[in-house]
Design a protein. Structure first.
Length: 127
């Protein structure tokens, strides 16, 4: 589940893309969340962007714009640990995770999608 993890940093340049490009990519992200595997990947991305202390305590401690709000911190940590144990989200938990991922589709998930799509580049990436 840890293959090709996103870097733990922000990509504000993604939000400078043309509005039409952002809208199209966010729309694709939201559409993909109909697939349970995509929801689990999105939760894993959000979980991996939390710092270790936040994951361990199942809360949000830092205002670093990388992870999620304090309200969602516990859910992301719980879902992330569940997925890391090799289990899958189902039923109520899948519905909650899907709703949570829709909340971050235009922010954290959008930044990572723009990076993976090659619309922006990681300035610190070794050539």
């Amino acid at each position: 589940m840890e293959a090709n993890l996103p870097p733990k940093k922000r990509f504000p340049e993604a939000h400078k893309l043309p509005k039409a490009v952002k809208a199209e990519l966010v729309s694709k992200i939201r559409a993909s969340l109909a697939n349970p595997a995509a929801v689990e990947r999105a939760v894993a991305i959000l979980f991996d962007r939390q710092v270790k202390a936040e994951r361990d305590s199942e809360s949000t401690m830092l205002d670093n714009s990388l992870g999620v709000t304090a309200y969602h911190g516990r859910q992301v940590a719980y879902f992330g640990k569940w997925l890391r144990s090799g289990k899958h989200l189902t039923g109520y938990h899948m519905d909650k995770a899907r709703k949570l991922c829709h909340r971050y589709a235009a922010t954290q998930l959008f930044e990572i999608a723009a990076l993976k799509a090659g619309l922006i580049c990681d300035a610190n990436e070794d050539a």
